[in-house]
Ligand binder design. Structure first.
Ligand SMILES: Nc1nc2c(ncn2[C@@H]2O[C@H](COP(=O)(O)OP(=O)(O)OP(=O)(O)O)[C@@H](O)[C@H]2O)c(=O)[nH]1
Length: 362
């Protein structure tokens, strides 16, 4: 399963997004590999990440990485501790970490092994709509222990339903002769509960961070602590499959109908889809930021319509050719007149993005 590198540079970073900070939940049964995943993501240079863990003191988070990733070390070590499912604690932590001054690219929430993913996903949706947006829920599965711990009943566990990405971890511990059979079986169980979820396999939770958040540059920012850089260099590895990406530049306003068709039915294999777009409104042009993670769709207005917009799709098993065609179709189809039905659909998502977060429904 060796996927090629993203096609040109790092398309994942071409959409420089301010606006709501994505909050990504890491869940999984005890010992599945959540902390390993968190540390792996923190090692990725270039992104400014906030971290929320249940108890920073007792978890095996690499402190050098955490403090190095964000120049506000005090925020990480002192302000982001919460005890799930205490909504107040989580919301306080998210509120602090989403302050614009911190300029975080993403916030990672590591849930304890006993936390219910469905409840956690709902808690995150209860946050302040202006500050954060749901960035997905990553469920880590221990490939060896799965059928002895989590998946014991005839019906697949409900926890799969909340996931946008499933990482089947510890594949190195599966006997080679049994590997494919076990992986197929786990996938089949997950898909019975969540047919469209993206599934990847991993050793030591090493997945391509591009799947999870935007990594803006390939080397450490200048304000990075030297210690963190050293730790990263020691661990810097390329022993994971790479996500694929496709992108299109939007030189003209796009058709809202085509855009919503795209986000409601993303190209095959796309896990994340994001864009900054310009649409023709009744009176003037309007700008929107659009984010899709799994089945989550989030639309926010931009202060100004972008002179040139972008669309980017990312996924482990992305059909790059078909995806490029879909993105290009949106980019090149003229949208000279206001598309009333399309605008209505777009604004509905905009309203839902705010309301769903505010009310915690859906
Ligand atoms: N061999 C092997 N060991 C792994 C892998 N992933 C994680 N481990 C080990 O499994 C143990 C548990 O991993 P963690 O990342 O701490 O798991 P966790 O889900 O955070 O654990 P809890 O917080 O206790 O629920 C650690 O000793 C890891 O080094 C893997 O893919 N292969």
């Amino acid at each position: 399963m060796a996927d090629p590198e993203p096609r040109s540079g790092n398309p994942a970073s071409t959409v420089g997004m301010s606006g709501p900070v994505p909050v990504i939940a890491l869940t999984g049964y005890l010992g599945a590999g959540k902390t390993s995943l968190l540390n792996h993501l923190l090692r990725r240079p270039g992104a400014r990440l906030g971290v929320v863990v249940n108890d920073f003191g007792t978890l095996n988070v690499d402190a050098a990485l955490v403090t190095g990733q964000v120049d506000e070390a005090a925020v990480i070590s002192g302000g982001c501790i919460c005890h799930l499912p205490d909504a107040g604690g989580l919301h306080d932590a998210l509120h602090r970490l989403s302050r614009p001054r911190l300029r975080l690219d993403a916030i990672l929430v590591e849930a304890s092994g006993v936390a219910e993913p469905v409840d956690l996903a709902r808690l995150i949706r209860l946050g302040n709509p202006k500050e954060i947006r749901p960035g997905g829920l990553i469920e880590v599965i221990d490939a060896v222990e799965h059928f002895h711990t989590v998946d014991l009943r005839p019906e697949p566990p409900v926890r799969y339903a909340a996931a946008t990405l499933v990482v089947i971890n510890k594949t190195d511990l599966l006997p080679p002769t049994d590997r494919d059979r076990v992986l197929d079986r786990i996938q089949e169980r997950v898909r019975r509960r969540n047919s469209h979820v993206q599934i990847v396999t991993a050793r030591h939770s090493r997945i391509d961070p591009t799947l999870v958040f935007d990594t803006a540059v390939d080397k450490d920012p200048v304000d990075e602590l030297p210690l963190a850089q050293l730790v990263r260099e020691r661990h810097h590895d390329h022993d994971h499959d790479h996500a694929r990406a496709a992108s299109a530049e939007l030189a003209q306003p796009v058709s809202p109908s085509m855009l919503i068709d795209l986000v409601e039915d993303p190209p095959s294999g796309a896990y994340r889809l994001k864009g900054r777009v310009r649409v023709r409104g009744h009176r003037a042009e309007q700008g929107f930021a659009v984010h899709v993670v799994g089945s989550l769709i989030h639309v926010t207005p931009l202060p100004e319509p972008p002179p040139v917009g972008e669309l980017v799709a990312i996924g482990m098993h992305l059909d790059e050719f078909a995806t490029q065609q879909r993105l290009d179709a949106v980019a090149t189809t003229p949208a000279d007149r206001p598309d009333v039905a399309g605008l209505r659909r777009l604004h509905r998502y905009r309203t839902l993005s705010g309301r769903r977060l505010a009310q915690g429904s859906g």
